[in-house]
Design a protein around this ligand. Structure first.
Ligand code: ZN
Length: 451
C-alpha cells in the first residue's frame, strides 16, 4: 500500500473526528451528516486533472480531491450503467444482484439498497437521474422518497433507449431544489450526470474550448455542474455536515482496443474509474489512496462514515474507513465483467481482475466464435478462469446462472464491435458504446431480474 500526503497528525485528526462521529457530536458528527453521491456517467479517470489530465480543465473536481480522498485505482464492476449503479447502491457484485445489462434487467426488491438503509435511519432520500437506463422501472429507485426520472418517452422519439437523456444542468436544478426543501433534515441525494456519454455535444463555451475534442468538452462541462452542486452546499451552509462522493459508473474506450465507446470490453479505459470522497470530518485531506478499491466498497464506506456501519449486512464490499484512517489494507482485487457480447452476439462474456500489483487488468475469454481460433472447451474455459478468478470470498466468481439469451435482430447479429467503429451511420449511432438495441419493453409490475 502506498499513500501520499498522509501525515500522522492528519490520521490523528481523522481518528478523533471519527470518534466524535460515534457520539453524533459536532457539525460533522455521524448524527448530523448528510450524503451526496454524484455519479458521472462514462467518465475516464485520466481525463480529470487530479488524475493526471493535462489538457482538460476540471478545477471543481480537482478542488474536491484536494479536500478529501482521491482513489487512484478504483475499479467498476461493469462498463454498463445499470449494473454498475446497482452494485454501487447494494454493495453487491453483478452476479449477486443479478443485473448484468442495461434494459430488461431490473433490481429485485429483496436486494436492499443504500437509499433503503438510510431511509430506515430517518434520512430524506432523493434520486435525480439523467438517462432512461436508470429509470425507476429498472428497480434502481428503491428507497428514494423522491425520484426524478420522468423522461417523457412519448415525446423523445428515440429508437435507442440509451439515447434518452437530459442535460445535467436540468438534473442539478431539480436536485438543488429538493436539497433546499429538505436541508433541515438529514438527507441523501444522488445526482447522476450523463453528459460525457455519447453523442458528445458539449454546450458553449466548452465546445469552443475543446475543438475536435467533444468528449473532453463534456468532461469540463460536467466538472462545472459538480461545481454548482458544491457551491450550493456552501451557500446553504451544508458543506460542514455533508459527505460528498463523486464516482463514475465506468469509463470510455475512445478507440482503445478497437472500441469506440464502452460496454464490450473490460480493459482499463472502462474499468478504471475516478472516485473522490470528501467527508466533513476528514476535510484534513487524505490525499491519494493507491490500493485497489471497488464500486461495491462505496456503500459500506459511507454507511460507516454516517455512523450506521453494517446497515447493508449482505454487502460484499468493505468499508474503506480503516484504509483512510491508515490502519487498513485494500479491500481486495477489482472484478469487472461484461456480458454484452454474450447477450447480444452469443459470444463469451468477458471478465477481468485488477490486482493490487497495479498490473493491467487480465482478461479471460473463451472467444467461442473468433474466426481462426479453435473452440474452447468448457473445461479449458473453467481452467482459464481459475487463473484469473479472485481468491477472496467477496469477489469470487459469481454462481453460474442460466441467463436467457435475448435473440438479437438480424441486423444486430451481423454487426461486430469492429464494424461498429467503421464510421457507418449504424456505427455512429452505436458509438454511444452500449449496444444498439431496440427499445426495451420491461415487464412493468414484475420484479423479475431476468429478461
Ligand atoms: Zn454508464
Amino acid at each position: 500500500m502506498r499513500r501520499t500526503r498522509v501525515l500522522p497528525v492528519l490520521l490523528v485528526l481523522l481518528a478523533s473526528a471519527l470518534a466524535a462521529c460515534s457520539h453524533g457530536t459536532g457539525p460533522g458528527g455521524a448524527g448530523s451528516t448528510n450524503l451526496v453521491i454524484v455519479t458521472l456517467d462514462t467518465t475516464r479517470a485520466d481525463r480529470i486533472g487530479c488524475y493526471g489530465a493535462k489538457d482538460v480543465a476540471t478545477p471543481r473536481l480537482d478542488a474536491l480531491a484536494a479536500r478529501g480522498a482521491r482513489f487512484d485505482n478504483a475499479v467498476t464492476v461493469a462498463p454498463l450503467t445499470l449494473p454498475a449503479h446497482c452494485s454501487l447502491f447494494t454493495g453487491l457484485l453483478p452476479g449477486a444482484h443479478g443485473v448484468r445489462d442495461n434494459g430488461g434487467f431490473k433490481l429485485a426488491p429483496e436486494h436492499e439498497t443504500l437509499a433503503e438503509a438510510l431511509k430506515a435511519k430517518g434520512f430524506a432520500t432523493g434520486g435525480f437521474v439523467s438517462a432512461f437506463v436508470l429509470d425507476h422501472r429498472w428497480g434502481i429507485a428503491q428507497g428514494f422518497d423522491t425520484f426524478f426520472d420522468d423522461f417523457g418517452l412519448a415525446q423523445q422519439g428515440k429508437t435507442q433507449f440509451e439515447e434518452i437523456q437530459r442535460p445535467g444542468n436540468e438534473t442539478v436544478d431539480r436536485a438543488l431544489a429538493w436539497i433546499r426543501q429538505v436541508k433541515d433534515k438529514r438527507f441523501f441525494a444522488w445526482v447522476h450526470l450523463y453528459d460525457p456519454h455519447a453523442p458528445y455535444d458539449p454546450p458553449e463555451p466548452f465546445r469552443s474550448r475543446y475543438p475536435g475534442r467533444p468528449y473532453d468538452g463534456e468532461i469540463a462541462w460536467t466538472d462545472s455542474l459538480v461545481g454548482r452542486l458544491v457551491d450550493a452546499l456552501d451557500q446553504e451552509k451544508l458543506s460542514g455536515r455533508t459527505a460528498i462522493v463523486v464516482i463514475a459508473d465506468h469509463g470510455e474506450s475512445l478507440g482503445e482496443h478497437g472500441e469506440s465507446g464502452h460496454g464490450y470490453f473490460v480493459y482499463e479505459p472502462v474499468a478504471r474509474i475516478p472516485l473522490i470522497l470528501v467527508a466533513p470530518f476528514a476535510k484534513v485531506g487524505a490525499g491519494a489512496v493507491t490500493p485497489v478499491v471497488r464500486t461495491i466498497d462505496v456503500a459500506p464506506t459511507v454507511l460507516d462514515l454516517l455512523g450506521v456501519p453494517g446497515a447493508l449486512p449482505k454487502a460484499q464490499g468493505r468499508s474503506l474507513v480503516p484504509l483512510l484512517a491508515g490502519g487498513g489494507t485494500g479491500p481486495g482485487d477489482g472484478y469487472t465483467e461484461s456480458f454484452t457480447a454474450r447477450f447480444h452476439y452469443g459470444w463469451s462474456e468477458l471478465r477481468s481482475v485488477r490486482t493490487s500489483s497495479r498490473r493491467p487488468a487480465k482478461s479471460c475469454t473463451t472467444s467461442r466464435r473468433t474466426p481462426g481460433r479453435r473452440r474452447t472447451s468448457p473445461r479449458e474455459s473453467r481452467k482459464r478462469w481459475s487463473r484469473c478468478a479472485p481468491r477472496s470470498r467477496s469477489s469470487r466468481r459469481p454462481r453460474r446462472r442460466r441467463e436467457p439469451r435475448p435473440r438479437p435482430s438480424k441486423r444486430t447479429r451481423r454487426r461486430s464491435p469492429s464494424s461498429r467503429a467503421s464510421g457507418t451511420s449504424a456505427a455512429r449511432r452505436s458509438s454511444r458504446g452500449t449496444p444498439g438495441r431496440a427499445f426495451p419493453t420491461p415487464r412493468t409490475g414484475s420484479r423479475s431480474t431476468t429478461r
